[in-house]
Write a protein that binds this ligand. Structure first.
Ligand SMILES: [Fe+2]
Length: 355
C-alpha cells in the first residue's frame, strides 16, 4: 500500500487572505500564471495581488495561458519568469493555468534545457508552485500532472515530470462566477477522474477511499449541474470533490475516457470535461463488475438513468468517423491507458466507447 500527497491544501472561503503567511515563505518574487480574463473577474487575481503586496512579496503576471496550453506558451512564460527574477510560481484558474504553472516552474529551474526536456527523463527539480483553482474539475491542485498540447502530434499529453504544488488555496467563492456550462463540464471532469480511478488496475484501498467519499459528496450536489440553484455549501462540495478526485488519479492515473477525450478536444475544441463525459456512460457499461457499486455511490438506479443524466448535463458531442478511427487506433497503441483498464480492451470494445 502506498500513499503520497505532499501538497498543503486549504479549502475554505477567503482562503488566500487567510493563509498569507504560507505564501510569504515560498520565495522573494512570484511569477503569477493565469489566463486572460476569468481570474480578473472572479476576484482570485486581486486576492493574490493584495496578499503578496501586504506580505512584501513582489510579482510579475503572465496572463497569456490559453485553454489547453501549448509547449510554446510554457517556454515563452519560462523566459518571462526567468528574466523577471521570479523564484516561485502561482497558477490561478482552471486546469490550463494550473498545469502550465507546473511545467513553467520546472523549465525555469532547468535553465539550460530546451523544450524537449518536458518529455524526457531527468530531474523534477522545480521552483515551488502554488495552485489557486477557480474551476471544480481538474484536481490539478492535488496532482503532479501537467497536460500540455503537443501540436506536432496533434494531441495532448502529460509531461514526463511529476511536479506537485507545495500549496493549494481553494476558495469556493471563485466558482460562483462560472458560466453554468463551465461549472457542468468541469464537474463532469471530476466525475470522470473518480470513475476512471475506481475502475482501474492501480486502485488501492486508499485511492478507493478517496473515490467512495468523493463520489458520495459529488452525488449529493449533482442536481446543481441540471440547473438547481447552488448555495455556498454546494460550491464547497463541488470543489472538495474535485480535489479528492485529483488525489485519487495521482495514485492510479486515468483510463479510456481521458485517453479518448484528447482527440475531439484537440481537433474540434470541445471542452475537456465535456469530451471526457461523453465516454463515461459507455465506460460504465463496459465495466460490468463495477457497475452496481458505482451506480450506488452516485445514487443512480441504473445505467440508463446515468446515461440520461450525463446527456442532459452535457448535450451531445459530434465526432466524425475519421476522428473516431484515429482515436481508436491511437488508443489501441496507448499502452499506459490500456494498462490502467481492468477489463480486456480490443478493437470492438474501443469502438463501443462511441455508442
Ligand atoms: Fe480530466
Amino acid at each position: 500500500m502506498y500513499f503520497y500527497m505532499p501538497t498543503k491544501i486549504y479549502c475554505e472561503s477567503n482562503c488566500v487572505r487567510n493563509h498569507a503567511k504560507d505564501l510569504s515563505t515560498l520565495g522573494k518574487k512570484a511569477l503569477i500564471v493565469t489566463g486572460r480574463r476569468s481570474s480578473k473577474e472572479n476576484g482570485s487575481l486581486a486576492d493574490i495581488q493584495d496578499t503578496l503586496s501586504k506580505e512584501g512579496i513582489s510579482y510579475e503576471i503572465f496572463d497569456r495561458i490559453e485553454e489547453n496550453p501549448s509547449i510554446e506558451t510554457v517556454m515563452e512564460a519560462r523566459d518571462f519568469g526567468n528574466e523577471s527574477g521570479a523564484d516561485f510560481v502561482i497558477g490561478i484558474g482552471g486546469g490550463s493555468p494550473l498545469d502550465a504553472a507546473k511545467a513553467i516552474s520546472l523549465m525555469m529551474k532547468q535553465i539550460d534545457k530546451t523544450e524537449d526536456y518536458l518529455y524526457e527523463k531527468g530531474s523534477d527539480d522545480a521552483y515551488p508552485v502554488v495552485s489557486v483553482p477557480t474551476t471544480c474539475g481538474t484536481g490539478s491542485e492535488a496532482t503532479p500532472y501537467a497536460i500540455l498540447t503537443i501540436h506536432r502530434k496533434r494531441t495532448k499529453s502529460s509531461i514526463s515530470h511529476r511536479i506537485f504544488p507545495v500549496l493549494a488555496l481553494c476558495d469556493p467563492n471563485y466558482l460562483k462566477n462560472l458560466p453554468p456550462s463551465v461549472l457542468a463540464s468541469t464537474s463532469i471532469d471530476a466525475l470522470g477522474h473518480f470513475m476512471e480511478s475506481y475502475i482501474n488496475n492501480n486502485a488501492t484501498f486508499y485511492s478507493k477511499m478517496l473515490c467512495k467519499e468523493g463520489m458520495h459528496l459529488w452525488s449529493s450536489v449533482k442536481d446543481v449541474l441540471l440547473g438547481k440553484p447552488a448555495c455556498d455549501a454546494d460550491y464547497e462540495s463541488l470543489l472538495n470533490a474535485s480535489t479528492l478526485a485529483g488525489m485519487a488519479i495521482t495514485h492510479t492515473g486515468t483510463s479510456l475516457p481521458h485517453g479518448l477525450s484528447y482527440y475531439p478536444t484537440y481537433e474540434t475544441g470541445v471542452p475537456h470535461g465535456k469530451a471526457v463525459g461523453s465516454f463515461l456512460p459507455a465506460y460504465l457499461r463496459a465495466a460490468k463488475n463495477y457497475q452496481s457499486e458505482i451506480l450506488s455511490l452516485l445514487n443512480f438506479p441504473d445505467t440508463d438513468a446515468f446515461t440520461s443524466y450525463v446527456n442532459q448535463v452535457l448535450g451531445s458531442v459530434m465526432i466524425s468517423d475519421d476522428l473516431k478511427k484515429a482515436a481508436v487506433n491511437g488508443m489501441l497503441s496507448n499502452q499506459g491507458k490500456l494498462a490502467n483498464c481492468p477489463f480486456p480492451v480490443d478493437e470492438d470494445v474501443m469502438w463501443g466507447m462511441f455508442e
